[in-house]
Design a protein around this ligand. Structure first.
Ligand code: 5AD
Length: 340
């Protein structure tokens, strides 16, 4: 029997569980994560290095049509120095993130990855969009090993309506290429996009579990400032958490992040509830504050996760930071992917 059959695939109404049955579901998900990861949570940093974006996703504040945004590309030497000299002790990995900006990939991300590979033992992940295969290959050769590329929604019509990058088929072709070319791959989808049905949410889960992934996020839809959806309703945190719980039960060995938007969906407690639902990756934001304000994913008023907040949340949930880094963990599972 596959893990999926053992876990039982949820029905649409399961995504709306509340009260005692919901608490029970979340406890099962938390136990599954604990069994698999021994109560350890991966702690990474994120640095946002460019908010130029050639895409126009209607939910995202960095979309190219947002003229109100001051666009920046970070200086790689400066970011490298900040990471090398003053990164929080607790991080084992660094995620380098940007709008879809191939210029920044060449001029900022690649040099940054090379320096960090040489000067630190951080695992390096990148979240920089749909690119030509040569650029993926160059990033891997430079020393990154984890690629994050979200499919956003598994419904092809919604995918095109929200103007997500290219087509859904192209996005999944990219995910398959990344997997086949030796990356550890994480994807993700948005819960509660306007008009999304419970059946579509289940389809997101099914679609994710059918892809060759090592991890997947569930982000609550937040009506982004300066986007066409700014007046839409936020996703319910419960829909998001229930989806995360089922994902954990279907894929006990996947790395599932607690995303910072959980705290926008439910101020003060959303993030901790993510950890209580089987999430096993947290992210400390290391973007220099003068750049951060223009990295507009959701709201101008972002919820910035500092090291102190993160470590407190982990401890409060009876968990502890993993001594083994994320990239290192993946490599132990697939040693054949070690680069010579
Ligand atoms: N709500 C939820 N998730 C969003 N993202 C961007 N904007 C929003 C939003 N308004 C997520 C998308 C994107 C990632 C960088 O952030 O999944 O891929």
């Amino acid at each position: 029997m596959s893990t999926e059959e053992q876990a039982g695939f949820p029905r649409p109404s399961d995504l709306e569980l509340a009260g005692h049955p919901q608490a029970e579901l979340h406890e099962r998900a938390f136990s599954a994560a604990r069994e698999h990861f021994g109560g350890q949570v991966f702690v990474r940093g994120v640095v946002e290095v460019s908010n130029y974006c050639r895409q126009n996703c209607v939910y995202c504040g960095m979309r190219r049509d947002n003229r109100a945004l001051d666009r920046f590309r970070a200086n790689p030497a400066r970011i490298a120095e900040m990471i090398i000299e003053c990164r929080p002790e607790s991080i084992t990995d660094l995620n380098i993130q940007a709008g879809e900006d191939p210029v920044a990939v060449r001029e900022v991300v690649l040099p940054l990855v090379r320096v960090l590979r040489r000067e630190t033992n951080l695992g390096i992940s990148v979240c920089v969009g749909s690119l030509k295969h040569e650029l993926y290959d160059a990033l891997k050769a430079a020393g990154a090993s984890i690629y994050i590329l979200k499919f956003e929604t598994a419904d092809p019509a919604t995918y095109s309506e929200v103007q997500a990058p290219g087509t859904l088929t192209e996005r999944t072709d990219n995910l398959r290429y990344l997997n086949a070319s030796g990356w550890f791959v994480s994807s993700g989808f948005i819960a509660g996009l306007p008009g999304q049905t419970l059946e579509q949410m289940l389809h997101n889960l099914r679609f994710a579990t059918d892809l060759p992934l090592d991890g997947c996020s569930v982000s609550p839809f937040i009506p982004g400032d300066e986007t066409p959806l700014s007046k839409a309703r936020s996703a319910g945190v419960d829909l998001t958490l229930n989806s995360m719980a089922f994902l954990r039960l279907l894929k006990p060995d996947w790395v599932i992040p607690a995303v910072s938007a959980l705290n926008l969906a439910e101020p003060g407690s959303g993030y901790r509830r993510g950890l209580r639902t089987g999430a096993n990756l947290v992210t400390i934001n290391l973007t220099p504050s003068e750049l951060r304000d223009d990295y507009l994913l959701y709201k101008r008023d972002r919820y910035i996760m500092t090291e102190e907040l993160i470590l407190r949340a982990i401890e409060a949930e009876g968990l502890r930071p993993s001594q083994v880094g994320l990239a290192q963990h993946y490599l132990r599972r697939k040693p054949q992917l070690a680069v010579a």
